[in-house]
Design a protein around this ligand. Structure first.
Ligand code: DGL
Length: 275
């Protein structure tokens, strides 16, 4: 019989900094595990890239995390989840051992379906996530009567990556992006890009108090806890020593400064080489 691996880590991958926001709330909810975060800052943003490129980059990132003792990897990037997750899941399910890859898009869609009353759901995301139509497909698969209104917001990721989340320019751009969705009278808004969670406060002031905001930073930790409760055979392979290792594919000083702000405490960052 094969000896079971133990002390494995949970890998969290994003194209850049956005996933740190999700990681922060996963760690707050499930603090006793060991995490590895990888931000592919050298090649971010992914949002305007082709499906082939996003798949190739995501595959390298997931391989890196598995090489670094992760037993499970969460692709905390909607762009990569919509363009590469299924293929990557298929690839790893064919391999030996219990390597699991999860995404963030379906949990968000499930939450939106539970929250909406008017069945008019708005989605803001990167260009490639919107073009993939993945959110619309998942939402209508769950409830065919739902109307989905999507808006690509290509300027938001570069603004967040530049640390401009609190600026007035960001607010002006957000208003422009959100206005067409508000005119459709949506009652639920999915933040379909992990970076947008960082803008949630600003988004709330623009859309007012009555529209439900679906933020993956709130949804994913709950779903992950349930996943572990259902899959004891995976949970028992995970190390319980608490801690997070951070990797970036570009300058670590930049990552350290903005990353510490977004993660909420000082972080140490190592350089990752993806191949
Ligand atoms: N954070 C990624 C997402 O959730 C997108 C950022 C990018 O364009 O690289 O879609």
């Amino acid at each position: 019989m094969l000896k079971k691996k133990r002390h494995l880590r949970i890998g969290i991958f994003d194209s850049g900094f956005g996933g740190l926001h999700v990681l922060r709330s996963i760690v707050n909810t499930l603090p006793h595990y060991e995490y590895v975060y990888l931000g592919d800052t050298a090649r971010a943003p992914y949002g305007d890239r082709s499906q082939e490129t996003i798949y190739a980059y995501t595959k390298q990132a997931v391989n890196f995390l598995f090489r670094n003792k992760c037993g499970i990897v969460i692709i905390a990037c909607n762009t990569a989840s919509s363009e590469a997750l299924r293929k990557i899941q298929d690839r790893y399910s064919l391999m030996r051992g219990s390597k699991k890859v999860l995404g963030v898009l379906i949990p968000a869609a499930e939450e939106a379906v539970q929250r909406t009353r008017s069945r008019k759901v708005g989605v803001i995301a990167t260009r490639s996530t919107v073009a993939s139509n993945k959110f619309a497909r998942e939402l209508t698969k769950l409830d065919p009567s739902i109307q989905v209104f999507q808006k690509a917001c290509p300027l938001l990721v570069p603004l967040v990556e530049a640390g401009e989340q609190d600026s007035r320019e960001t607010e002006t751009i957000l208003k422009k992006y959100l206005d067409p969705l508000l005119r459709k009278k949506i009652d639920t808004l999915i933040l379909g890009c992990t970076h947008y969670g960082i803008l949630e406060k600003k988004i709330r002031t623009i859309i007012g108090p009555h529209i439900a905001i679906i933020s993956e930073a709130r949804v994913v930790p709950k779903k992950l806890a349930k996943y572990f409760a259902r899959h004891g055979e995976i949970e028992e392979t995970l190390g319980k020593r608490s801690g997070v290792l951070f990797y970036s594919t570009d300058r670590t000083d930049n990552f350290k400064t903005l990353g510490s702000k977004l993660f909420g405490r000082k972080i140490r960052v190592e350089r990752a080489v993806l191949r």
